[in-house]
Design a protein. Sequence first.
Length: 288
Amino acid sequence: MTDRAPTGARPPHQPTKAPGRVKEIASVSNPIVKDIRALGQKKHRDETGLFLAEGLKLVIDALDAGWEIETLVVGKAALSGELLSRTAARTVAAGADLVEASAKVLEAITRRDNPQSAVGVFRRRLSRLDRMAPAAGGLLVALDRVRDPGNLGTILRTADAAGVCGVALVGECTDPFALETVRATMGSIFAVPIARVTEAEFLNFRSTFKGLVAGTHMEGAVDYRTPDYGARPAVLLMGNEQAGLSPTLAAACDTLVRIPQAGRADSLNLAVATGIMIFEARRKALTL
Ligand code: SAM
C-alpha cells in the first residue's frame, strides 16, 4: 500500500473538511479491505453505521443527493475514465478517502467475478416516521416484517418512481442497507426516506394519523380499486411474504383491500402486489 497526497482539485463552495487520503491497495489481506468486506455483514453495518453502494451510477446518485461518503474504492485500471476520475476527485475533495484498488481487491469487496469499477462506503441515514407523515394526496408505504432483500429493493425503487413520501419498515425487516437490497434499488435508496419502527411505534403513529390507512389482505373484502386514496393522506400497509399482515396491524386499518386473482397462484409476490397498489393509490397524482 502506498499513501500519497490527493491530486483532485477541490471544487468551490465545498465544506471546509480536509481533503481525504489516496491509497493504493493491491492485497486482499490489507486491513482496510477487510473492514470494507466486513460491511457485507449486518452486524458490522450496525456497529459502524456504514454500508456499501456498488457501481459508479449509484455512487454519483448518492453524492448528488448529499449522502456522506467515507471511502471510495475504484479500480486502478479504470481510472482513465473521465467520469470515474472526476468522481474520485470530488470524493477526495469532500474529505473521503480514495482507494485505488487492484481487480482482485474489487472482486473481494464485491464478491463478484466481474466487479464494478467503483464501490462507495456511505454513512447510513434513516428518517423518523413522524417526519414522514404524508400531506393530502400523498402516500406512505409501510411494510410488515419484509424479509426478502430483493423485494425490499424493488419496492424502494417503485416507491421512488411513484413519488411515495416514505417507506416505513415495521418490525423485524431485512436490512435496507444490505448490498443486495441497495443493488435492487438502482439508486432509489438515496431518494426515498426510510424509517425503522416496531409494531407498537407504528400503532402509536397510526393512532394520531387522520388520513386513510389501507391494508392489503388475502381475505380483504374490498376491491383494491374502490378506495379514493387521493382524497386524503394515505398509508398503505403490506404484509409479510409468508404470514401476510399481522392480525394487530390488520385490525388497525380503515379498510382491507384485495387485488383480484384468476389463476391458481395463492397470492402475488409482495413486490408485485406493492407495485400494483402504489400505482393505483398514486393514480390521480401520476396522471400525465
Ligand atoms: N400466505 C400469505 C397470506 O395469506 O397473507 C401470502 C402473503 S403475500 C405473498 C405477501 C403480501 O403481498 C400480502 O400480505 C399482501 O400484502 C400482498 N398481496 C399479495 N397478493 C395480494 C392480493 N391478491 N391482494 C392483496 N394483497 C396481496
